[in-house]
Design a protein around this ligand. Structure first.
Ligand code: ACM
Length: 536
């Protein structure tokens, strides 16, 4: 019935009916959750859901229990959600909505009577970090679409939105001190069609103003989602360098990138560049209350530093061994600045290389399981997001049918089988370092909300179960529950991938992905992670 699967769910005979007379009463500490639930149910039942003692109403009450946990009981006398905190009550309210017919997600059905089965549910999440990365840099996602996506995350009880805001192909966050970052960096001349195709000749761009960000953060917070911003550096910075050539290594100006892949253009290691990004992050921490701020650190090609006399001079001046150490030095400087603001640095597993990750850094580990194991064993908190299991931009089936056949095949069942604690950490105390997990939606080949829906759903539902529910997987039960869940997604207007493959309008003939055989792909991942495995 419910996704992600609750710890315990007992159904009893009988139904409670919610209708336009239904009341909703909440403890003062849960008033915001009540207001949210009213906003969702009122357009469906047509009632105001006023507080009141009417039997058969909904009650939100505070009880001692673990953070984010809730208890939900429905009987003739009413529906009672108990939780210790607003997050728990919110998840109880999300579960209550899922117990209603899918029409409960249609906002224009005012006047409906909604049957709610009699149940007893005890529930709490397995992990504290239940994340999704959304890349709004490669293709900009307009604010309204982002708010909709936040609602869809909340339906699945995810609680961290890792927002990848900057990359070679676009800078999407207004920075007051440096208006050129969005004035220049948020716009590109055209975009590559598919992974290897020609340019489409069509300008692309967009960014979030600081007011937009405050709205997005508040909207997410109301849904118990923390927005972790990512300002990627020192690689993936061509858009910033296009806006501010003094940040780069070349004398020739650069454009915002119009092609995909890991580009050579990276930051220089001069003091003024470090200061520039410290200033950027001063505004970032003002906008994002998250205790965690990501500075990326992935895929920084070292070619320009090898060729640059200035970079080589920096390496000597700073007493470093090589370019890998130079990257660690830059990450270290920025992480210290964030620490001075009381924030913890998050970085991809590449920041474990060179001189190692800064103290207290959280590692988002994407290259298979290697980074997760190295991070946890070296005392770093870690959030696995392995490309081999939870990269939701990867293709969903073999063959030529997928809209963009990119990466290796990751089916719904593959994602459902993901286990956040790698087998190499099973039974090891270091496994406590795994805070949860995160799925990733990179958007080089996802250029609209419709395409995002297709790639995210229903795999995101499978992912949600891997981070919320018990480690005992229940594939047959999940399949059954997914059937009902797809009806909910339909009512919500989500254009998910049908089990049978893309519908005719979901195909994108001629748009080529990166056709990799599984073995070749895995060999590449293995090559990428060699420095980690060899301790360098
Ligand atoms: C990544 O996929 N480069 C984190």
């Amino acid at each position: 019935m419910v996704i992600p699967k609750p710890v315990r769910l007992d159904t009893r005979p009988g139904r409670l009916v919610l209708d336009r007379h239904t009341t909703l009463t909440a403890a003062p500490a849960l008033a915001e959750v009540a207001a949210w639930l009213r906003g969702e149910l009122s357009p469906v039942t047509g009632g105001e859901l006023p507080p009141g003692p009417r039997p058969g109403g909904i009650t939100l009450a505070v009880r001692e229990m673990p953070p984010e946990a809730y208890r939900l009981s429905v009987e003739d006398g009413g529906a009672l959600i108990e939780a210790a905190d607003a997050a728990g009550a919110f998840y109880g309210a999300q579960t209550l909505r899922q117990l209603l017919p899918p029409e409960a997600y249609r906002k224009a059905a005012a006047g409906r009577s909604l049957p709610l089965p009699h149940v007893r549910i005890e529930d709490r999440p397995r992990f504290a970090w239940r994340g999704c990365l959304l890349d709004v840099a490669r293709n900009f996602l307009p604010k309204a679409d982002l708010l909709r996506f936040i609602d869809l995350m909340a339906v699945h009880k995810l609680n961290v939105l890792h927002l990848h805001l900057t990359d070679d192909q676009g800078w999407r966050l207004e920075i007051r001190r440096y208006p050129r970052l969005t004035g220049v960096g948020a716009w590109r001349r055209e975009s590559q069609v598919g992974w290897n195709g020609p340019g489409d000749g069509r300008p692309h761009g967009g960014y979030y103003s600081q007011d937009d960000v405050r709205e997005i953060v508040a909207y997410a917070a109301r849904r118990h989602i923390t927005v972790v911003p990512e300002i990627d550096l020192p690689g993936h910075t061509q858009a910033a360098i296009a806006a501010h050539p003094e940040l780069g290594n070349l004398d020739t100006p650069l454009d915002v990138a119009t092609t995909w892949g890991v580009g050579p253009n990276v930051l220089n290691a001069e003091e003024h560049t470090v200061a520039f990004f410290q200033n950027v992050l001063d505004e970032v921490v003002e906008l994002f209350p998250s205790p965690y701020i990501s500075i990326g650190g992935d895929e920084c090609r070292k070619d320009q530093w090898r060729a640059s006399p200035a970079a080589q001079r920096r390496i000597r001046e700073l007493g470093l061994r090589d370019e890998a150490d130079l990257q660690s030095w830059i990450i270290g400087r920025i992480a210290s600045h964030l620490a001075a603001h009381g924030r913890r640095t998050v970085g991809w597993d590449e920041i474990l290389e060179g001189r190692g990750a800064p103290e207290h850094a959280v590692i988002t580990s994407w290259r298979d399981d290697h980074g997760t194991v190295v991070a946890a064993k070296s005392g770093h908190d870690v959030v696995p997001c392995p490309n081999t299991s939870v990269y939701l931009d990867y293709r969903q089936a073999p063959g030529d049918e997928e809209p963009v056949p990119f990466g290796t095949v990751l089916t719904v069942d593959d994602v459902y089988a993901f286990e956040p604690i790698p087998s190499a950490l099973a039974g090891d105390r270091a496994a406590r370092r795994v805070l949860g997990a995160q799925c990733c939606l990179w958007t080089e080949l996802i250029d609209s909300t419709r395409q995002l829906d297709y790639m995210a759903f229903p795999r995101l539902a499978a992912f949600a179960e891997t981070v919320w529910s018990s480690e005992d997987r229940d594939p047959a039960g999940f399949r059954r529950r997914l059937g009902a869940h797809l009806d909910r997604l339909t009512a919500l207007g989500v254009e998910y991938r049908p089990e049978t493959g893309p519908l005719p309008w979901q195909r994108r003939p001629g748009v080529a992905g990166r056709p990799e055989e599984d073995d070749a792909w895995q060999a590449k991942v293995s090559e990428w992670t060699r420095p980690l495995r060899e301790g360098r």
